[in-house]
Design a protein around this ligand. Structure first.
Ligand code: NAP
Length: 300
């Protein structure tokens, strides 16, 4: 037991609500000016419960800020070619203006995910996964920043957690979370200028590295991966992981990658799961959609 006060809880739901309120104003202005709301089209393949639930929260959040969200559902057996053709037809605005296009991941194993994601035109790519957007981000001139990475940076900024000159350790090197976040935190400017280390499944003696972190981000998908002895006292601990744990009574609950109860005794700040990074990811998707609509209306 430490004599420190427990970590400050970083409330992602409250921050997301504030971001949504600002976006709702922007969306109202856009809608008045262009006589239509910004529009997001989400492609949902198959009937995985987790994906369906994420898509449902994205559509509900879009509705709250006045963005028109359409979910296009296709069967799990749909092949790569048909999915690419579907994304291309959405991008031709055949079912109405599609300012933002998002393909919910993961796709079924038989589908070439890269081919489908690459079919999303980079100027509608509100997930920020297209190589053009990844390239712009890596050059410090981002257009659409992957939503989870953007959400993590936003929570650090809003909480006043200094990144400049600090050591940020990110566990996880995926294209959708770990890598873009490393680019953001090491970029010049507010919310950046950190010294960044990326850990992954081949990292040796990871606890020795994470104990150096002023900011520790876990983006792995393994419950309990980050234990209290891996955390420097006073560090900001951001838990991106989402894991569903089954209980003996047949129910289940969501947990992150961090041993929350033990780590909150050591850390300076901590995000809960649920209610931490998840809502911010959705809020940043809405922000990207509003940006896509605005860029398009300006013809850029
Ligand atoms: P991913 O593509 O599976 O990447 C996981 C990363 O963790 C990989 O880089 C992997 O290393 C690394 N890893 C695996 N085991 C490890 C270990 N024992 N020690 C250190 N590193 C290890 O996952 P992702 O898409 O980035 O997602 C990560 C987690 O975040 C998942 O739980 C996902 O559900 C969650 N997520 C949450 C949100 C949100 O809104 N909150 C959004 C996106 C994702 P290798 O590269 O060596 O395999």
């Amino acid at each position: 037991m430490s004599d420190r006060a427990p970590a400050t809880l970083l409330d992602g739901r409250a921050l997301a609500a504030r971001i949504e309120a600002t976006l709702a104003d922007e969306v109202r202005t856009f809608t008045a000016m262009f006589q239509r709301p910004p529009r997001l089209v989400v492609v949902l393949v198959g009937d995985m419960a987790a994906s369906a639930s994420y898509v449902k929260s994205k559509a509900a959040a879009a509705a709250r800020v006045g963005i028109d969200a359409e979910v296009v559902r296709v069967p799990a057996a749909t092949d790569t070619q048909a999915l690419v053709a579907l994304v291309q037809s959405i991008a031709r605005d055949e079912q109405g203006p599609a300012d933002g296009i998002l393909v919910q991941l993961p796709l079924p194993a038989h589908v070439d995910t890269v081919a489908v994601l690459d079919a999303v035109p980079p100027d509608r790519d509100v997930d920020g996964f297209h190589p053009e957007n990844a390239g712009l981000l890596s050059q410090g001139r981002a257009r659409f920043i992957p939503c989870t990475a953007a959400g993590v940076q936003r929570v650090l900024l809003v909480a006043g957690i200094v990144t400049a000159g600090r050591h940020a350790v990110i566990i996880g090197r995926s294209d959708i979370v770990g890598k873009p976040l490393a680019l953001l935190l090491s970029a010049k400017g507010p919310g950046g200028d950190a010294t960044v280390t990326i850990c992954h499944s081949r990292s040796a003696d990871m606890p020795a590295i994470t104990r150096q972190a002023d900011i520790l981000v876990a983006a792995v998908g393994r419950p309990g991966l980050v234990t209290a002895d891996m955390v420097k006292p006073g560090a900001a601990v951001i838990d991106v992981g989402i894991n569903r744990i089954a209980a003996s009574d047949g129910t289940s609950r969501l947990v992150g990658d961090v041993d929350f109860d033990a780590v909150r005794e050591i850390a300076g700040w901590i995000t809960p799961v649920p209610g931490g990074v998840g809502p911010l990811t959705v809020a940043m998707l809405l922000a990207n959609t509003a940006l896509a609509a605005e860029l398009r209306s300006r013809g850029g």
